[in-house]
Design a protein around this ligand. Structure first.
Ligand SMILES: [Zn+2]
Length: 233
């Protein structure tokens, strides 16, 4: 697209919303095994351009200029001061965050992270308050229902899915719950927007393996979450 008139027309069309802009997405993995079917979540939608970067690399450099949304599918407790700073800077700049499944176990002892950013905390031991431990169960058949209307759940409907459930997480009373289940081995809320207000944060508890990754409703949910977190509803 070298011709200046064509370039200007394309730029104008983009500004007017004639075709969507690309949401530059950094997908962070590491610290937990996963099914390679996970990558299908980032295919087939020209609005999402995703790069997967496993620990220890993703937060070693400044991320604000290169990406609009961070998708976490990692499982980490400790990162360096520099990595923390880059992560904090990214969120304070208003960039989006989507937290998937076992990434809800991240940074259990970083209060700012679990209380404000994630709106949920995995409880690792019951030897101190709140004196319970988070539990999990694999291969649970369940129905997950949207709560109200929201761009993140647009076109998703009720999910009939076989997936892993978590129970006994601390969940913030300030979360906005977007999907929930009545399945007794789950806490109930499985998709929520966290209380963090400087950027858009969506947490999705579902997503253990290929049964979720290949589920069209789950794929739609994750794509919607990325686009909404990146400011494209
Ligand atoms: Zn899992």
């Amino acid at each position: 697209m070298k011709h200046p008139v064509i370039a200007a027309a394309v730029l104008l069309a983009g500004c007017l919303g004639a075709f969507p802009q690309t949401t530059r997405t950094l997908v962070v993995t590491g610290g937990h095994t996963y099914d390679p079917s996970f990558y299908i979540l980032f295919e087939g939608d020209s609005r999402i351009k995703a790069i997967v970067d496993p620990h220890p690399m993703p937060y070693r450099r400044e991320m604000r200029k290169g990406y609009d949304v961070l998708v976490l599918y990692d499982s980490m407790q400790e990162i360096s001061e520099t990595e923390r700073k880059n992560l904090v800077n990214f969120l304070e700049a208003g960039k989006g965050l989507v937290i998937l499944h076992h990434a809800l176990v991240d940074y259990c002892n970083w209060e700012w992270w679990w209380k404000e950013v994630m709106g949920g905390r995995w409880i690792q031991t019951d030897d101190k308050p709140p004196r319970w431990k988070t539990t999990w169960k694999h291969d649970v058949n369940m129905a997950v229902h949207p709560v109200g209307k929201h761009p993140v759940t647009e076109g998703v409907g009720t999910l009939h899915i076989t997936d892993e459930t978590y129970k006994g997480m601390w969940l913030s009373p300030d979360n906005t719950v977007l999907m929930r289940t009545d399945e007794p081995t789950s806490d109930g809320p499985v998709v929520w927007i966290s209380p963090y207000r400087k950027s858009r944060v969506v947490a999705i508890q579902l997503g253990h393996d290929r049964m979720a990754h290949y589920h069209p409703g789950y794929q739609r949910l994750v794509k919607n979450a990325i686009l909404w977190a990146g400011g494209q509803e």
